[in-house]
Every structure is written in C-alpha cells, then in structure tokens.
Design a protein around this ligand. Structure first.
Ligand SMILES: N=c1c2ncn([C@@H]3O[C@H](COP(=O)(O)OP(=O)(O)OP(=O)(O)O)[C@@H](O)[C@H]3O)c2ncn1[C@@H]1O[C@H](COP(=O)(O)O)[C@@H](O)[C@H]1O
Length: 105
C-alpha cells in the first residue's frame, strides 16, 4: 500500500507544473493551497457521509479521493510523503516501547 502511495506522490510532483487543461493535479496547483485544502475538506466530508450512509464501495471511492487530495496538499506545501510515513513509523516505534513497558509492570 505504501508503495502505491509513494508512486502516486511522485506522479503528483511530476504533474505539478503540467498544463492545467490536461492535468487535474496542475489544475489544483494553479489554485494553490487554499483551493487544494478546500477540496480536501470536501472529500473529508464526503468520506464521512459515505461511512455513515453509504456502502463499502462508496467509502472506498471517497477514501481514495481523500488520500489523493491529501497527497496533493502535502506536495503543494513542500512536505515529503516520506516524512509522513517516517512520522507514522516513529509513532509505531513509540507504541512498541510503551507496550513493552506496560508488559513489565
Ligand atoms: N488518483 C487520482 C485521482 N483521484 C481522484 N481524482 C480526481 O479528484 C476529483 C474528485 O473531486 P470530485 O469528487 O469533487 O469530482 P469533480 O466534481 O469532478 O471535481 P472538481 O472538478 O469539482 O474539482 C475528480 O476530478 C477525480 O478525477 C484524481 N485525479 C488524478 N489522480 C491521479 O493523479 C495522477 C495525475 O493526474 P493528472 O494530473 O490528471 O495527469 C494520475 O496518476 C491520476 O490517476
């Protein structure tokens, strides 16, 4: 899964300066972080609605839209996707330590 997202984040970076007429990523970038953040917010709401009222297929599609727009926003703000996965890895390590500590008590 991370490989898919890593590849998509690279594609997004490569499409940043493409023609907005032919690239959705470039169209989003032309609007800057305010447009991308607004789209991300819309997709978050659509994901919540799908989770509460839709079926698994609806939620799957909205979740994909949400993750895609998050990757576009990270790219627009110069945050590497690898930094996000590293942060998640760090937290996983922290929880691992906490679990070990809990087992000793
Ligand atoms: N993974 C995606 C992807 N997921 C979702 N979307 C787009 O996100 C939008 C979702 O927004 P909405 O649900 O509001 O639909 P909409 O009304 O059509 O959107 P708007 O026109 O109002 O912005 C749709 O236009 C989808 O096509 C994506 N657009 C592009 N990609 C990938 O991004 C890469 C680069 O794409 P281009 O920049 O278009 O070459 C390619 O690998 C694409 O497959």
């Amino acid at each position: 899964m991370t490989d898919t997202l890593t590849l998509l984040s690279r594609t997004i970076a490569a499409r940043r300066d493409a023609d907005p007429a032919t690239s959705y990523v470039a169209k989003l970038h032309a609007g800057g972080p305010p447009l991308i953040a607004r789209k991300l917010g819309e997709e978050a709401v659509e994901t919540v609605v799908a989770a509460l009222t839709g079926d698994a297929k609806d939620l799957t599609g909205e979740a994909a839209d949400l993750i895609f727009h998050l990757l576009v926003l990270l790219d627009a703000r110069g945050v590497a996707f690898a930094d996000v996965t590293a942060e998640l890895d760090r937290r996983e390590g922290m929880s691992g330590i906490a679990e070990k500590a809990a087992r000793k008590t």
